[in-house]
Write a protein that binds this ligand. Sequence first.
Ligand code: GAP
Length: 565
Amino acid sequence: MIEMEKLVSLCKRRGFLFQSSEIYGGLNGFWDYGPLGVELKRNIKDAWWRDMITGHDDSTVQPGAPETYEMTGLDSTIIMHPQVWKCSGHYDLFHDYMQTCRQCKKLFRADHVGNMLAESEWVQSLTAACQGAMADDGIRVDPPSLLKWAKGKGKKAAPGLAFVRDPEAMLTWLADEVEKGPGAELGIMALLQYLATEQPAQTGLQMPCPECGGDLTEPREFNLMFETYTGAVRDETSKAFLRPETAQGIFVNFKNVLDSSRVRIPFGIAQIGKSFRNEITPRNFTFRSREFEQMEIEFFCHPDSSADWYRYWRDRRMQWYTKLGLAGERLRLREHAAEELSHYSTGTADIEYAFPFLQPGDFGELEGIAHRGDFDLRSHMEGKLDEKTRPLQVELGPDGKPKWKGSGRDLTYRDDLSGERYTPHVIEPSAGADRAALAFLCEAYTEDQVPDDKGTMQQRLVMKLHPRLAPIKAAVFPLVKKDGMPDVAKEIYRALKVHFPVFYDEKSAVGRRYRRQDEAGTPYCITVDGQTLQDRTVTFRDRDTLQQWRVKVDDCVDELRQRLQ
Ligand code: GAP
């Protein structure tokens, strides 16, 4: 397992990722992609767009699919009519629960407090002082060592903790409680609750603040949508929202796409774009950001075949990550249990990756594939009227077509062959481009040993990115800056540059130049050497196997193309 600090440091040093607004101290939850990072992320988005949309063969039944289908794209705006978010449910329901520390005033997402405590420095210090083990293992409640910690290290590490503020009083109470209750062995989380709660009779046991140990307020709702205003007047009527997902842009354009193109159900509309969520505790590098990019497909199908399409998309999306290098046990597909499903969903699966910043055995979501039934189209059809205009009236016209009163629109579909009219069901594979980039970076990070020019083994840091994702496909070097070698190297560089992102480098020793390209994830290096001047061949070097072979100068473009395929 790689250490996250090493990856973060490589990302900054080599220009994959920078903290946003770093020169002003950074802005929590926002990240910039540097020269290598922007290429990596673009390659991920291009691979997704190509594999899911432009490269999709709609004349052939794809393996695992019930029938042929079409795919098309869309690019909708970030700011949309506020009614979109009323109908989608985001206005009323898109919130997390938040707790504030009464001592240090920091905010926490209520469902993150447990994990944050497990990682918190003061909890580790307390655990070490009790000579206990973390997680669920019991900790011996040993009053003298607890007292020593509270009066020493605890004062600095957790000044807000009730037990640190008044150790003697709490110790008496704690000893009593433990005697009456669970006994002298406590799980760490239970011990923390005991140490945090000054007046348990009134408040019940509580979790302490992960930063300072202080008291946390009751969880309160917090809507995650960023608000803004359109136009010059800032009041309730001009309030708008930055989209928290790209999906709604697709639903509200469903009819436009149908009417303007020749697509027939089953078909999918895909979109890549920025989304914004005012996350309460953005953390774990780019994993939980406030501004991020999504790659979403809304796949419209007949209700009768929707279960088959759900399985198709779930498996297809899993294969996509595997083919691009996220193989092995760090990637998994997790089908949601029935009680986890939304009321309208008959199936949801997450594609998850065991990111190195998570506790061993934990996985983080890369993509969700959800069977959404007709929930979204129906919500936009019904429109969400305000309390005065409810209830919604729906009547069928003489042609059997629903006539909607209120703000909704008809988003049903009529099959021109069978004449059947229905509300399509939707399968939604929804991926995060930034999370995918982070997972590919984690997976690629490798430390190995390679021989240097003198055959001595040296530590090497190499990013084993899939060639499709690698920011630079090949680097061209003259072995030395003389004897005409730079001229030949530049000739090769110029020939390659027309077709691929390649890099020319003549500075420093060739070994160092290889190392730099290994860190950038460049799959091939091409070196012009003494032999080139005699037979016009160059050395190709493979980043992962370190194998070298000779190729004619004039064949370099073909060789690279073949290798990249
Ligand atoms: N339309 C469905 C939807 O938005 P989601 O599970 O909330 O579903 C889909 O988001 C994907 O977007 C996630 O699997 C994740 O990859 C990415 N994502 C969500 N919130 C994110 C955040 N705060 N930072 C980075 N990526 C995020």
